[in-house]
Design a protein around this ligand. Structure first.
Ligand code: FEO
Length: 401
Protein backbone atom coordinates (compact mmCIF):
# COMPACT_ATOMS: atom_id res chain seq x y z
CA UNK A 1 0.00 0.00 0.00
CA UNK A 2 1.31 3.43 -0.88
CA UNK A 3 1.90 5.60 2.19
CA UNK A 4 1.59 9.32 2.76
CA UNK A 5 4.75 11.19 3.71
CA UNK A 6 4.47 13.50 6.69
CA UNK A 7 5.98 16.92 5.99
CA UNK A 8 4.88 18.78 9.14
CA UNK A 9 2.68 18.14 12.15
CA UNK A 10 -0.68 16.96 10.70
CA UNK A 11 0.38 17.78 7.14
CA UNK A 12 1.17 15.05 4.60
CA UNK A 13 2.34 14.74 1.00
CA UNK A 14 -0.14 12.52 -0.84
CA UNK A 15 1.10 13.09 -4.38
CA UNK A 16 2.45 10.71 -7.00
CA UNK A 17 5.54 10.11 -9.12
CA UNK A 18 5.23 10.06 -12.91
CA UNK A 19 8.63 8.49 -13.52
CA UNK A 20 8.07 7.93 -17.22
CA UNK A 21 6.93 11.42 -18.13
CA UNK A 22 9.35 12.80 -20.72
CA UNK A 23 7.13 15.33 -22.42
CA UNK A 24 5.41 17.66 -20.04
CA UNK A 25 2.41 19.59 -21.32
CA UNK A 26 2.09 17.40 -24.39
CA UNK A 27 5.25 17.45 -26.48
CA UNK A 28 6.07 21.06 -25.75
CA UNK A 29 8.38 20.68 -22.74
CA UNK A 30 10.74 17.68 -22.74
CA UNK A 31 11.91 16.67 -19.28
CA UNK A 32 14.72 14.35 -18.31
CA UNK A 33 13.58 12.20 -15.42
CA UNK A 34 9.83 12.42 -14.93
CA UNK A 35 8.03 14.60 -12.44
CA UNK A 36 5.76 14.51 -9.43
CA UNK A 37 2.22 15.75 -9.07
CA UNK A 38 2.07 16.97 -5.50
CA UNK A 39 -1.10 16.94 -3.43
CA UNK A 40 -1.31 17.57 0.29
CA UNK A 41 -3.48 16.36 3.16
CA UNK A 42 -4.12 18.46 6.28
CA UNK A 43 -5.57 16.55 9.22
CA UNK A 44 -7.40 18.95 11.51
CA UNK A 45 -10.93 19.03 12.92
CA UNK A 46 -12.00 19.28 9.28
CA UNK A 47 -9.82 17.22 6.97
CA UNK A 48 -8.63 19.13 3.95
CA UNK A 49 -6.89 18.18 0.71
CA UNK A 50 -4.94 20.56 -1.51
CA UNK A 51 -5.16 19.64 -5.22
CA UNK A 52 -5.42 16.21 -6.83
CA UNK A 53 -3.17 14.54 -9.44
CA UNK A 54 -3.36 13.35 -13.05
CA UNK A 55 -6.35 11.05 -13.48
CA UNK A 56 -4.33 7.89 -14.19
CA UNK A 57 -2.54 8.17 -10.82
CA UNK A 58 -5.56 8.97 -8.67
CA UNK A 59 -5.81 5.51 -7.08
CA UNK A 60 -2.32 6.00 -5.68
CA UNK A 61 -3.23 9.38 -4.22
CA UNK A 62 -6.32 7.88 -2.57
CA UNK A 63 -4.20 5.06 -1.09
CA UNK A 64 -1.84 7.60 0.42
CA UNK A 65 -4.75 9.57 1.89
CA UNK A 66 -6.27 6.43 3.44
CA UNK A 67 -2.91 5.44 4.92
CA UNK A 68 -3.42 8.41 7.26
CA UNK A 69 -7.15 8.92 7.73
CA UNK A 70 -8.55 5.43 7.02
CA UNK A 71 -12.28 5.71 6.36
CA UNK A 72 -12.74 9.18 7.84
CA UNK A 73 -14.53 11.70 5.63
CA UNK A 74 -12.79 14.63 3.92
CA UNK A 75 -14.44 18.00 4.41
CA UNK A 76 -12.66 20.28 1.95
CA UNK A 77 -10.84 19.99 -1.39
CA UNK A 78 -8.90 23.06 -2.49
CA UNK A 79 -8.57 23.16 -6.28
CA UNK A 80 -5.71 25.58 -6.69
CA UNK A 81 -5.45 25.04 -10.43
CA UNK A 82 -7.70 23.40 -13.02
CA UNK A 83 -4.98 22.16 -15.37
CA UNK A 84 -5.40 18.36 -15.62
CA UNK A 85 -2.07 17.49 -13.99
CA UNK A 86 -3.64 18.82 -10.76
CA UNK A 87 -7.34 18.35 -11.36
CA UNK A 88 -7.47 15.16 -13.44
CA UNK A 89 -8.36 13.13 -10.34
CA UNK A 90 -11.08 15.57 -9.24
CA UNK A 91 -14.12 13.63 -10.46
CA UNK A 92 -12.86 10.39 -8.90
CA UNK A 93 -12.14 12.24 -5.67
CA UNK A 94 -15.69 13.61 -5.59
CA UNK A 95 -17.08 10.11 -6.15
CA UNK A 96 -15.05 8.82 -3.20
CA UNK A 97 -15.81 11.84 -1.01
CA UNK A 98 -19.18 13.19 -2.24
CA UNK A 99 -19.66 15.36 0.86
CA UNK A 100 -16.36 17.21 0.41
CA UNK A 101 -16.78 20.88 -0.46
CA UNK A 102 -14.56 21.95 -3.38
CA UNK A 103 -13.04 25.45 -3.42
CA UNK A 104 -11.55 27.32 -6.38
CA UNK A 105 -11.08 30.79 -7.76
CA UNK A 106 -13.83 32.23 -9.96
CA UNK A 107 -11.85 31.37 -13.09
CA UNK A 108 -11.07 27.94 -11.67
CA UNK A 109 -14.75 27.10 -11.19
CA UNK A 110 -15.54 28.06 -14.78
CA UNK A 111 -12.64 26.04 -16.19
CA UNK A 112 -13.49 22.99 -14.07
CA UNK A 113 -17.05 23.01 -15.40
CA UNK A 114 -15.81 23.32 -18.99
CA UNK A 115 -13.36 20.46 -18.49
CA UNK A 116 -15.45 18.01 -16.50
CA UNK A 117 -18.95 18.82 -17.83
CA UNK A 118 -20.69 18.74 -14.49
CA UNK A 119 -21.71 21.27 -11.87
CA UNK A 120 -20.13 20.67 -8.49
CA UNK A 121 -20.93 22.62 -5.31
CA UNK A 122 -17.85 24.85 -5.62
CA UNK A 123 -17.23 27.60 -3.12
CA UNK A 124 -15.62 30.57 -4.81
CA UNK A 125 -12.58 32.04 -3.04
CA UNK A 126 -10.54 35.13 -3.75
CA UNK A 127 -7.39 36.75 -2.39
CA UNK A 128 -7.64 37.26 1.36
CA UNK A 129 -10.47 34.78 1.94
CA UNK A 130 -9.87 32.35 4.76
CA UNK A 131 -11.08 28.87 5.59
CA UNK A 132 -10.93 27.82 9.24
CA UNK A 133 -10.49 24.04 9.43
CA UNK A 134 -9.93 23.65 13.18
CA UNK A 135 -6.81 24.88 14.89
CA UNK A 136 -5.52 25.80 11.44
CA UNK A 137 -6.69 28.34 8.92
CA UNK A 138 -6.00 28.53 5.20
CA UNK A 139 -5.62 31.93 3.53
CA UNK A 140 -5.97 32.13 -0.26
CA UNK A 141 -4.03 34.28 -2.71
CA UNK A 142 -5.05 34.32 -6.36
CA UNK A 143 -2.26 34.46 -8.93
CA UNK A 144 -4.11 34.84 -12.25
CA UNK A 145 -2.09 34.03 -15.33
CA UNK A 146 0.82 32.59 -13.44
CA UNK A 147 0.27 30.69 -15.60
CA UNK A 148 -3.45 30.01 -16.18
CA UNK A 149 -6.29 32.43 -15.32
CA UNK A 150 -7.27 30.38 -12.28
CA UNK A 151 -4.03 29.64 -10.41
CA UNK A 152 -4.03 30.38 -6.72
CA UNK A 153 -1.96 29.53 -3.68
CA UNK A 154 -2.96 28.75 -0.12
CA UNK A 155 -1.15 29.58 3.12
CA UNK A 156 -1.50 27.42 6.20
CA UNK A 157 -1.37 30.06 8.89
CA UNK A 158 0.05 28.25 11.92
CA UNK A 159 2.30 25.73 10.18
CA UNK A 160 3.57 28.56 7.92
CA UNK A 161 3.35 26.44 4.78
CA UNK A 162 2.72 28.15 1.45
CA UNK A 163 1.10 25.72 -0.99
CA UNK A 164 2.20 27.46 -4.16
CA UNK A 165 0.82 25.19 -6.88
CA UNK A 166 2.80 25.58 -10.13
CA UNK A 167 4.84 28.51 -8.82
CA UNK A 168 8.28 27.45 -7.55
CA UNK A 169 7.77 24.02 -9.14
CA UNK A 170 10.52 21.95 -10.73
CA UNK A 171 10.77 18.47 -12.20
CA UNK A 172 12.86 16.80 -9.53
CA UNK A 173 11.34 13.33 -9.45
CA UNK A 174 12.60 11.84 -6.20
CA UNK A 175 11.50 9.86 -3.16
CA UNK A 176 13.05 12.66 -1.12
CA UNK A 177 10.54 15.42 -0.57
CA UNK A 178 12.72 18.31 0.55
CA UNK A 179 15.30 20.58 -1.08
CA UNK A 180 17.77 19.79 1.72
CA UNK A 181 18.45 16.42 0.04
CA UNK A 182 19.90 18.16 -3.03
CA UNK A 183 22.52 20.81 -3.66
CA UNK A 184 21.29 24.35 -4.18
CA UNK A 185 22.66 24.51 -7.73
CA UNK A 186 20.64 21.49 -8.85
CA UNK A 187 17.44 22.82 -7.27
CA UNK A 188 17.80 26.26 -8.85
CA UNK A 189 18.75 24.87 -12.27
CA UNK A 190 15.62 22.72 -12.24
CA UNK A 191 13.48 25.63 -11.03
CA UNK A 192 14.91 27.83 -13.79
CA UNK A 193 14.19 25.21 -16.45
CA UNK A 194 10.61 24.98 -15.22
CA UNK A 195 10.15 28.75 -15.00
CA UNK A 196 11.57 29.39 -18.47
CA UNK A 197 9.18 26.92 -20.05
CA UNK A 198 6.00 27.50 -18.07
CA UNK A 199 6.09 30.93 -16.45
CA UNK A 200 8.47 33.13 -18.50
CA UNK A 201 5.79 35.10 -20.41
CA UNK A 202 4.24 36.27 -17.15
CA UNK A 203 7.28 37.95 -15.59
CA UNK A 204 5.49 41.24 -14.83
CA UNK A 205 2.78 39.40 -12.94
CA UNK A 206 5.36 37.32 -11.08
CA UNK A 207 7.22 40.46 -9.96
CA UNK A 208 3.98 42.04 -8.68
CA UNK A 209 2.97 38.84 -6.91
CA UNK A 210 6.35 38.65 -5.18
CA UNK A 211 5.83 42.24 -3.98
CA UNK A 212 2.36 41.31 -2.77
CA UNK A 213 3.71 38.30 -0.90
CA UNK A 214 6.50 40.37 0.68
CA UNK A 215 3.93 42.91 1.94
CA UNK A 216 1.92 40.12 3.59
CA UNK A 217 5.02 39.54 5.69
CA UNK A 218 4.13 35.89 6.21
CA UNK A 219 6.55 33.69 8.02
CA UNK A 220 7.26 30.89 5.55
CA UNK A 221 8.62 27.62 6.88
CA UNK A 222 8.02 25.73 3.63
CA UNK A 223 6.99 26.44 0.06
CA UNK A 224 5.16 23.35 -1.13
CA UNK A 225 4.68 23.45 -4.91
CA UNK A 226 2.66 21.14 -7.14
CA UNK A 227 5.74 19.64 -8.86
CA UNK A 228 9.04 18.42 -7.47
CA UNK A 229 10.60 18.99 -4.09
CA UNK A 230 9.39 21.18 -1.23
CA UNK A 231 11.47 24.26 -0.48
CA UNK A 232 12.57 24.43 3.15
CA UNK A 233 16.29 25.09 3.30
CA UNK A 234 16.57 27.29 0.19
CA UNK A 235 13.46 29.47 0.57
CA UNK A 236 15.36 32.77 0.40
CA UNK A 237 17.30 31.55 -2.61
CA UNK A 238 14.26 30.45 -4.61
CA UNK A 239 12.42 33.69 -3.85
CA UNK A 240 15.48 35.69 -4.94
CA UNK A 241 15.83 33.53 -8.04
CA UNK A 242 12.20 34.16 -9.00
CA UNK A 243 12.83 37.90 -8.65
CA UNK A 244 15.73 37.51 -11.10
CA UNK A 245 13.72 35.36 -13.51
CA UNK A 246 10.75 37.76 -13.44
CA UNK A 247 12.90 40.70 -14.50
CA UNK A 248 14.97 38.66 -17.01
CA UNK A 249 18.06 39.45 -14.93
CA UNK A 250 20.71 39.12 -17.63
CA UNK A 251 24.17 37.60 -17.35
CA UNK A 252 27.04 38.42 -19.67
CA UNK A 253 25.89 35.53 -21.77
CA UNK A 254 25.23 35.10 -25.49
CA UNK A 255 22.95 32.40 -26.85
CA UNK A 256 23.44 31.54 -30.51
CA UNK A 257 20.75 29.41 -32.12
CA UNK A 258 20.92 28.46 -35.78
CA UNK A 259 19.83 26.06 -38.48
CA UNK A 260 22.15 25.04 -41.29
CA UNK A 261 22.17 22.45 -44.10
CA UNK A 262 25.62 22.84 -45.66
CA UNK A 263 27.35 24.06 -42.49
CA UNK A 264 27.91 27.61 -43.77
CA UNK A 265 25.57 29.18 -41.24
CA UNK A 266 26.96 26.76 -38.64
CA UNK A 267 30.50 27.98 -39.38
CA UNK A 268 29.32 31.56 -38.99
CA UNK A 269 27.71 30.67 -35.64
CA UNK A 270 30.90 29.09 -34.39
CA UNK A 271 33.08 31.98 -35.57
CA UNK A 272 30.80 34.46 -33.80
CA UNK A 273 30.96 32.28 -30.67
CA UNK A 274 34.79 32.35 -30.76
CA UNK A 275 34.84 36.13 -30.88
CA UNK A 276 32.24 36.60 -28.15
CA UNK A 277 34.13 34.11 -26.01
CA UNK A 278 37.40 36.03 -26.50
CA UNK A 279 35.61 39.11 -25.17
CA UNK A 280 34.86 37.17 -22.00
CA UNK A 281 31.22 36.34 -22.58
CA UNK A 282 29.72 32.99 -21.72
CA UNK A 283 28.44 31.59 -25.02
CA UNK A 284 25.95 28.83 -25.73
CA UNK A 285 25.57 27.52 -29.29
CA UNK A 286 22.67 25.35 -30.38
CA UNK A 287 21.46 23.91 -33.67
CA UNK A 288 17.72 24.25 -33.25
CA UNK A 289 16.66 21.00 -34.93
CA UNK A 290 18.76 18.79 -32.64
CA UNK A 291 18.26 20.66 -29.35
CA UNK A 292 15.37 20.47 -26.90
CA UNK A 293 13.32 23.62 -26.94
CA UNK A 294 13.19 23.45 -23.16
CA UNK A 295 16.96 23.78 -22.84
CA UNK A 296 17.11 26.69 -25.27
CA UNK A 297 14.34 28.53 -23.39
CA UNK A 298 16.20 28.07 -20.10
CA UNK A 299 19.40 29.53 -21.52
CA UNK A 300 17.58 32.41 -23.22
CA UNK A 301 15.96 33.46 -19.92
CA UNK A 302 19.10 35.11 -18.55
CA UNK A 303 21.01 35.82 -21.77
CA UNK A 304 21.97 39.36 -22.64
CA UNK A 305 22.60 38.67 -26.33
CA UNK A 306 20.59 36.43 -28.66
CA UNK A 307 21.96 35.67 -32.14
CA UNK A 308 19.63 33.74 -34.44
CA UNK A 309 20.97 32.25 -37.66
CA UNK A 310 19.41 30.51 -40.59
CA UNK A 311 20.29 29.44 -44.06
CA UNK A 312 17.72 30.16 -46.75
CA UNK A 313 15.16 27.50 -47.64
CA UNK A 314 12.80 28.24 -50.52
CA UNK A 315 13.15 31.96 -49.91
CA UNK A 316 12.42 31.64 -46.19
CA UNK A 317 14.23 31.01 -42.93
CA UNK A 318 14.28 27.40 -41.67
CA UNK A 319 11.02 26.20 -40.11
CA UNK A 320 12.73 25.47 -36.78
CA UNK A 321 13.97 29.05 -36.60
CA UNK A 322 10.59 30.47 -37.61
CA UNK A 323 8.98 28.38 -34.85
CA UNK A 324 11.53 29.55 -32.29
CA UNK A 325 10.97 33.20 -33.22
CA UNK A 326 7.20 32.70 -32.91
CA UNK A 327 7.78 31.30 -29.44
CA UNK A 328 10.05 34.22 -28.49
CA UNK A 329 7.27 36.57 -29.54
CA UNK A 330 5.09 35.15 -26.75
CA UNK A 331 7.73 35.51 -24.04
CA UNK A 332 7.61 39.29 -23.44
CA UNK A 333 11.37 39.35 -22.94
CA UNK A 334 12.96 42.45 -21.51
CA UNK A 335 16.46 43.92 -21.78
CA UNK A 336 17.70 41.56 -24.48
CA UNK A 337 19.78 42.48 -27.51
CA UNK A 338 19.89 40.36 -30.62
CA UNK A 339 20.72 40.02 -34.30
CA UNK A 340 20.14 37.63 -37.15
CA UNK A 341 22.80 36.02 -39.33
CA UNK A 342 23.04 33.39 -42.03
CA UNK A 343 24.34 32.18 -45.35
CA UNK A 344 22.29 32.38 -48.54
CA UNK A 345 22.62 31.41 -52.19
CA UNK A 346 20.27 33.47 -54.36
CA UNK A 347 17.74 35.04 -51.96
CA UNK A 348 19.33 37.36 -49.48
CA UNK A 349 16.45 38.59 -47.30
CA UNK A 350 16.41 35.83 -44.68
CA UNK A 351 18.57 37.72 -42.19
CA UNK A 352 16.40 40.83 -42.51
CA UNK A 353 13.34 38.67 -41.83
CA UNK A 354 14.99 37.27 -38.69
CA UNK A 355 15.85 40.79 -37.53
CA UNK A 356 12.26 41.89 -38.05
CA UNK A 357 10.97 38.96 -36.00
CA UNK A 358 13.46 39.73 -33.22
CA UNK A 359 12.21 43.32 -33.06
CA UNK A 360 8.61 42.10 -33.00
CA UNK A 361 9.58 39.93 -30.00
CA UNK A 362 10.79 43.02 -28.12
CA UNK A 363 14.49 42.30 -28.65
CA UNK A 364 16.64 45.32 -29.50
CA UNK A 365 18.94 44.89 -32.50
CA UNK A 366 22.49 45.21 -31.19
CA UNK A 367 23.98 46.46 -34.45
CA UNK A 368 22.99 47.70 -37.90
CA UNK A 369 25.24 45.17 -39.60
CA UNK A 370 23.45 42.64 -41.81
CA UNK A 371 25.37 39.44 -41.09
CA UNK A 372 24.58 37.85 -44.43
CA UNK A 373 27.02 35.52 -46.18
CA UNK A 374 26.73 34.57 -49.85
CA UNK A 375 27.45 30.82 -50.11
CA UNK A 376 30.55 29.50 -48.32
CA UNK A 377 32.37 31.71 -45.81
CA UNK A 378 36.10 31.73 -46.54
CA UNK A 379 38.70 31.55 -43.78
CA UNK A 380 39.02 35.32 -44.04
CA UNK A 381 35.25 35.73 -43.75
CA UNK A 382 35.18 33.56 -40.64
CA UNK A 383 38.04 35.54 -39.11
CA UNK A 384 36.02 38.68 -39.73
CA UNK A 385 32.92 37.20 -38.06
CA UNK A 386 35.05 36.23 -35.12
CA UNK A 387 36.56 39.73 -34.90
CA UNK A 388 33.09 41.26 -35.19
CA UNK A 389 31.87 38.95 -32.42
CA UNK A 390 34.74 40.03 -30.17
CA UNK A 391 33.98 43.69 -30.79
CA UNK A 392 30.30 43.14 -30.02
CA UNK A 393 31.19 41.13 -26.92
CA UNK A 394 33.42 43.91 -25.66
CA UNK A 395 30.69 46.48 -26.27
CA UNK A 396 28.13 44.42 -24.35
CA UNK A 397 30.52 43.65 -21.51
CA UNK A 398 31.29 47.36 -21.20
CA UNK A 399 27.58 48.21 -21.03
CA UNK A 400 27.31 46.28 -17.79
CA UNK A 401 30.23 48.03 -16.08
FE1 FEO B 1 1.29 21.83 -13.18
FE2 FEO B 1 -0.30 24.43 -14.77
O1 FEO B 1 -0.03 22.65 -14.22
Amino acid sequence: MKQAIQIAENVYWVGVHDYNCRHFHGHIFPIAEGTTYNAYLIVDEQITVIDTVEAEFMDIMLERIRSVIGDQPIHHLIVQHAEPDHSGGFTQFMKEYPDAIPYASNAGIQIMQKQYFKEYPFQKVKTGDQLVIGKETLTFVEMPLIHWPDNMMSYLNNAHILFSNDAFGQHICSQQRFDENFCLTHCLEQAKLYYANIVMPYGDRVAKKLDELAKLNWEIAMIAPAHGIIWKQYITQILDAYREYATFGAQNKAVIIYESIWKHTRDMAEALAEGLGKAGMEVKVYQASITDDALMMKELLDAKLILIGSGCYNNEMAATIAALLTKLNTCHMKGKQGLGFGSYGWYRNTVSSINQKLVEAGITLCDETILSQNYTPSTEDLDQYSAWGMELGNKIMNQSK
